[in-house]
Design a protein. Structure first.
Length: 313
């Protein structure tokens, strides 16, 4: 299994669960060598874990990580890859910050990075594989599931969203999670049968590090006040959501495989994503932009990336 964003929150909890799950070897990514070393120390360096540095805000860094993962998958003791959990992501306070390649940092980290990572390792994938992109209830809008604390997404052309500019980074986060659904829907059309992409919404998890870039007042409320809201629908904890995510990734969750492809799981149940999240024109446009931005379109890394591979889910 490939697990990105394994160094904190739900990803760390899932990593700890998988250290004691028989039969699984895990390739865990961290955004820097320091973070990878910290994760290794936290987990006790179990024999069923491999560590790869992957900075999703860097095209070169993500490509290098993907190539390293391909090398690891050449080892019969690790292959075949059966699960990909795209958990790494970022939320910032502004859209003015850019990646090393000049993209707006939230768009670059939450959409360009995962697309490139999966595309780079795609030639090593053989069915069955579950590709699980971690989404967010913030994609629904301002009040459903975000309870008015996160601005509703505002979708624009990918070229615009990818450009650094003055703007609300929190809205950029919810917009990126709408984009995650567009990406999942399009990948579900293009991927061959048995390579099944779907979206997992862990729910709102107050107390995690997601609010690290907000004001001191907001961080205090997020860490100490909002956790009391866990009785509301769509509110969860890293422990609860991480356990369900691990079950989905390992195929032990009580949801039929056929019901997952291209769909949306909120914590532990299949639900419809927002009406806005179903738009084939936007899905195709985003996917093709990501192919161009990463160079995957010109390289034809796998035969399920091209436009010709599209089909009805």
């Amino acid at each position: 299994m490939l697990l990105t964003g394994a160094t904190s929150g739900m990803g760390l909890l899932m990593a700890r669960l998988l250290t004691t799950t028989p039969g699984w070897t895990v390739i865990a990514t961290a955004r820097s060598q320091t973070r990878a070393d910290e994760l290794r120390a936290l987990l006790g360096d179990p024999g069923n874990f491999r560590y790869v540095v992957c900075d999703q805000g860097s095209i070169a860094g993500t490509r290098e990580a993907g190539e390293r993962i391909v090398e690891l998958l050449a080892d019969p003791a690790i292959a075949p890859l059966r699960g990909i959990v795209l958990n790494a992501g970022i939320q910032t306070g502004s859209t003015a910050t850019e990646t090393t390649d000049g993209f707006e940092v939230t768009f670059g980290t939450n959409l360009i990075g995962p697309h490139l990572l999966v595309g780079t390792i795609s030639r090593s994938l053989t069915a069955p594989v579950r590709v699980i992109a971690v989404g967010s209830g913030t994609h629904y809008g301002k009040f459903r599931r975000s309870y008015g604390m996160v601005p509703a997404p505002v979708w624009e052309a990918p070229e615009t969203l990818a450009r650094p500019r003055e703007g609300d980074g929190i809205r950029a986060y919810s917009t990126s999670k709408l984009g995650t659904l567009y990406w999942v829907h399009e990948l579900a059309r293009r991927a061959p049968r048995g390579i099944d992409a779907f979206c997992f919404d862990p729910g709102m998890m107050p107390g995690t590090g997601l609010a690290r870039d907000r004001s001191a007042f907001e961080r205090f409320g997020w860490k100490y006040v909002l956790p009391a809201m866990n009785v509301l629908a769509g509110v969860s904890t890293p422990e609860r959501s991480g356990t369900h995510l691990a079950a989905l990734a390992t195929g032990t969750a009580p949801i039929p495989e056929a019901d997952l492809r291209g769909n949306y799981v909120e914590i532990d149940r299949l639900v419809p994503s927002s009406d806005e999240s179903y738009d084939e024109d936007r899905e195709r446009e985003l996917f093709e932009f990501l192919n161009t931005a990463t160079g995957l379109g010109s390289e034809q890394v796998a035969d399920w990336w091209p436009e010709a591979a599209r089909r009805t889910r």
